[in-house]
Design a protein around this ligand. Structure first.
Ligand code: UDX
Length: 422
């Protein structure tokens, strides 16, 4: 927002986080973000505070509060409602509150009643950004959705002013009611999760039949009605959004009495979790004694992120350690976050150091550094040359030619070559 020319004050109840942001330190790894923080500080358009009083005088107030998964699977809205309650005293008639948080359908209407009691109005304006590409997705979104009260042309005009540089670039914008705007976000995530689980279900069939999942995805993706994006088979989806959003969506559909409509999402989640089971099973098949050292390359839920929330990679690493294996992990950005929750694993900065003495190597996040590893260098330090590529990211032929046994998800497991000594 500051880069678009607005004067911005960011408020967070966490004093340390607000202070770090004010010093230009991003609280997580996101390519490009430190540069934007520095530019905002340089122009004087971006400041941070932990005191909501500093929001007084702003005309537009964005709500970007986390809605994590609660115990029942439904979204925990307590942080959001606390923030709204604290914001109410600083609102002035004519102000606009803009909801960005991902919420169960129906919540915006409740917040609107609170906001309108101050003479301000509410718009629901979901974001669709991906971690690792947050800056680009924010400044060049595929579309913008404004959920507003029927006939609230003032809210639409204010949002148009906020986003004027983006709209001038021709980004499509849609005006809807609150419920539709809330649903666009969770429906989009449910669709993306379904697409990933669809190709992972096909990977299960490919493994059993000897078909090649990558060629299958390429051929399917040629059909423009299907499209190749989000058809990468592998260890499945994780992170702070897709898993919790589909669970929250199912919980909300149940509350609305239409749980059956989203029954298929249970299967989407089932396929997703089975991929993790499959990798654990493949690893244990390779090391039936349940002892020995394994190298785990990748801990983040996806590359270009240090986020380990609901990370398939960290889950598999922890399960292998729980089986008795000696797990040595390496991730370019996520080692420290993983260590905080999983001190039982060993961590190395250099992936080759993790491979030293390993009887099995697993690639669980498709960082380009892992795709670029030299299989000969890895082979020289590993105890046994077996690699499980759970993200389809290494050049299998290259690794095979360097003497590695390569097991890839979505492909039949290669037969073990046994040397018989007479
Ligand atoms: C997602 C949505 O893409 C975004 O629009 C929304 O705003 C927030 O949630 P994000 O969680 O950052 O974004 O990650 P995304 O790129 O969607 O990947 C989610 C997971 O799916 C990752 O674990 C990734 O590895 C996995 N994935 C993605 C696949 O397994 N196969 C694919 O083809 C694509």
């Amino acid at each position: 927002m500051a880069s678009l020319g607005h004067d911005v004050i960011g408020i967070d109840v966490d004093e340390k986080k607000a202070a770090a942001l004010a010093r230009g330190e991003a609280p997580f790894f996101e390519p490009g973000l430190p540069e934007f923080l520095a530019a905002g500080a340089h122009t004087g358009r971006l400041a941070f505070s932990s005191d909501v009083e500093h929001a007084r005088g702003s005309s537009v107030h964005f709500l970007a509060i986390g809605t994590p998964q609660g115990v029942s699977g439904a979204a925990d809205l307590s942080y959001l409602f606390t923030a709204v309650t604290e914001l109410l005293p600083v609102l002035r008639p004519g102000n606009l509150v803009v909801g960005k948080s991902t919420v169960p359908v129906g919540v915006a209407a409740q917040i609107a009643v609170l906001v309108e009691s101050t003479g301000a109005s509410l718009a629901w304006n979901p974001e669709f950004l991906r971690e690792g590409r947050a800056i680009k997705d924010t400044l060049e979104p595929d579309r913008m959705v404004y959920g507003v009260r029927e006939g609230d042309t003032a809210a639409v005009a204010m949002l148009d002013e906020v986003y004027a540089p983006l709209l001038a670039g021709g980004i499509p914008r849609m005006i809807t009611d609150y419920a539709t705007a809330e649903l666009v976000k969770v429906a989009a995530n449910a669709f993306l999760a379904t697409k990933i689980s669809f190709i992972n279900a096909m990977a299960e069939i490919a493994e059993a039949s000897g078909a090649d999942i990558d060629q299958l995805a390429d051929a399917l993706g040629q059909d423009p009605r299907i499209g190749r994006r989000f058809l990468n088979a592998g260890l499945g989806f994780g992170g702070g959004c897709l898993p919790k959003d589909i669970r929250g969506f199912m919980a909300r559909a149940d509350e609305l009495g239409v749980g059956e409509s989203l029954g298929f999402l249970r299967e989407v989640e089932g396929v997703n979790l089975r991929r993790r089971d499959r990798v654990v099973e493949l690893a244990l098949d390779e090391l039936p004694s349940r002892s020995g050292r394994v190298a785990v390359l990748g801990l983040a839920f996806k590359p270009d992120s240090d986020d380990v929330r609901d990370s398939p990679a960290l889950d598999v690493a922890a399960r292998l350690a729980a089986e008795g294996l000696d797990v040595v992990a390496s991730d370019p950005e996520a080692n420290e976050k993983a260590r905080a929750s999983h001190p039982q694993l060993e961590y190395r900065v250099d992936p080759l150091d993790a491979i030293v003495g390993a009887e099995l190597v697993l690639v669980l996040t498709e960082w380009r550094q892992f795709a670029a590893l030299d299989p000969r260098a890895a082979g020289a330090v590993a105890r046994q040359r077996t690699i499980i590529d759970a993200r389809g990211c290494i050049d299998a032929d290259l690794w095979r030619s360097a003497g590695w046994r390569v097991i890839s998800l979505g492909h039949a497991v290669p037969a073990r070559v046994t040397q018989l000594v007479a």
